[in-house]
Design a protein around this ligand. Structure first.
Ligand code: MV4
Length: 447
């Protein structure tokens, strides 16, 4: 195991990694920006190093300064958390060149899965279900038109190097498809320096279901079942839950095992998420693979008892996974609400400033992941997520009741948060009956 690791992140995930490392007997070093000087999580690290000004481009994204900080403090490894440099293959490569372990996949595995055309090809080999469409890159427009006619409209053109909704175009007929391909190619070159685009069937009224997986350096991979992340707005998830409702145990296990096989084939080590869309007939189609620990990882921890962050550190140190698939039992139901300092009544405008009242809920099955303490000032420079409220219950109904109760206990002032929106969503019949799709929150907000 490592003696000491550096955490190249901030906020709740920095704190989560500090706690995991401490349990493993690993010392921690935090890097921080001037905006985070004196921040509460820093006092829990063994050491902290200021790496620059408030903008992340001058601090949390500065590879040179983070590597220097690791060298200065004799850190053997770097945990990137999520966001910032977590999915930057160049950063993982610089770490390797400097003999610092990157806590996550190799740059090769990251590049393989990050390229969506390659990822889809590997998924087919692993038996992971994918959308019908072009086998690889669109080379000739006529070929794309032929395939669109076979699979039927609407279709979607996506950039191979894209992700999270960037570089995508939907086409409802052949004329629109011609424009979409050219536009998507140009956009892909401008945004990613890689003009490769592919075509697939466009699914309407979909649900977003993802599979949590863990791999080690010995060729082992396990899954931690699935999560539903359908409740989102503009690609920002609001509520996540697991296991995904309205998925039969047979289909769930088959898709989850295929996701584990995909990351085995990619020789992947660390935590990953295989994202899918699901239709009403419970057909699954892979979207992409996220090569990092995700915001919503606690949902999977609560329903399996596996500590994903501790596993991510120990597999990076070369340990085999500490769990076998048949030891990972699904227990109950978990729901997570992201608490953002945003005002839902003002188009989700970020609300930086000082939090005076911060009373977090508690009781059985209630977990709060946050770096916030009363008197904390939210800097304007970063993501507006200030905490996550996660509840666990014996089944979905108990989890919903716990979440409603916990949201009612949560008291924050004078900063506006997403808590009132979560209360509305948790009381909505569509949520209670798990009858929703990826557009339901936006539809509700438009009403
Ligand atoms: C799709 C799709 C429908 N059909 N692909 C958006 C983000 C990126 N990860 C993929 N995305 C989508 N891909 C096919 N073939 C609809 C979306 C999509 C979406 C997916 C997940 C969660 C929210 C979404 C919101 C809008 C569109």
């Amino acid at each position: 195991m490592f003696g000491r690791i550096l955490i190249a992140n901030r906020g709740e995930i920095a704190l989560r990694i500090i706690r995991a490392a401490r349990e493993l007997g690993v010392e921690t070093v935090c890097v921080y920006s001037k905006a985070d000087a004196g921040a509460p999580w820093l006092s829990l690290a063994d050491e902290s190093v200021c790496i620059g000004n408030a903008p992340s481009s001058e601090s949390y994204l500065r590879i040179d300064r983070i590597i220097s900080a690791a060298e200065m403090t004799d850190s053997e490894a770097i945990h990137p958390g999520y966001g910032f440099l977590a999915e930057n293959a160049h950063f993982a490569e610089v770490c390797r060149d400097c003999h610092i372990e990157f806590i996550g996949p190799t740059p090769e595995a990251m590049n393989l899965l990050g390229d969506k055309i390659n990822c889809k090809r590997l998924a087919r080999q692993a038996g992971t279900p994918v959308f019908p469409g072009t086998d690889g890159e669109i080379e000739e427009l006529d070929e794309a038109i032929e395939i669109a006619a076979e699979i039927g409209y609407p279709v979607i053109v996506k950039a191979s190097a894209g992700g999270g909704g960037k570089g995508m175009r939907v086409a409802h007929n052949v004329a629109a498809l011609r424009t979409a391909v050219t536009a998507a190619q140009q956009e892909a070159i401008a945004s990613f320096g890689n003009g490769a685009v592919y075509l697939e069937k466009f699914l309407e009224k979909a649900r977003h279901v993802e599979v949590q997986v863990l791999g080690d350096k010995h060729g082992n991979a396990v899954h931690l079942y699935n999560r539903d992340c359908t409740s989102q707005r503009r690609h920002q998830k609001l509520i996540e839950e697991g296991p995904a409702p309205r998925v039969s145990p047979e289909i769930r296990d088959r898709v989850c095992e295929s996701a584990a096989e995909l990351i085995r084939k990619a020789k992947y080590s660390g935590a990953a998420t295989v994202e899918f869309l699901m239709n009403k007939e419970q057909e699954f189609f892979m979207l992409e693979v996220n090569t990092r620990v995700q915001v919503e990882h606690p949902v999977s921890e609560m329903i399996t008892g596996v500590d994903i962050v501790k596993e991510s550190i120990s597999v990076a140190a070369g340990e085999p996974l500490s769990w076998k698939q048949d030891e990972i039992k699904l227990n109950g139901h978990a729901i997570e609400c992201r608490i953002n300092a945003e005002d839902p009544s003002k188009n989700f405008m970020p609300q930086p400033g000082t939090i005076e009242t911060w009373k977090t809920p508690g009781g059985p099955g209630v977990r709060v992941e946050t770096h916030v303490v009363p008197g904390y000032s939210i800097p304007p420079n970063y993501d507006s997520m200030i905490g996550k409220l996660i509840v666990h219950g014996r089944d979905r109904d108990e989890a919903i009741a716990r979440m409603r109760s916990a949201l009612g206990e949560f008291s924050v002032s004078p900063i506006a948060t997403t808590i009132p929106l979560h209360q509305r969503l948790l009381n909505h019949h569509a949520f209670v009956s798990a009858d929703f799709d990826i557009n339901w929150v936006e539809r509700l907000l438009d009403e």
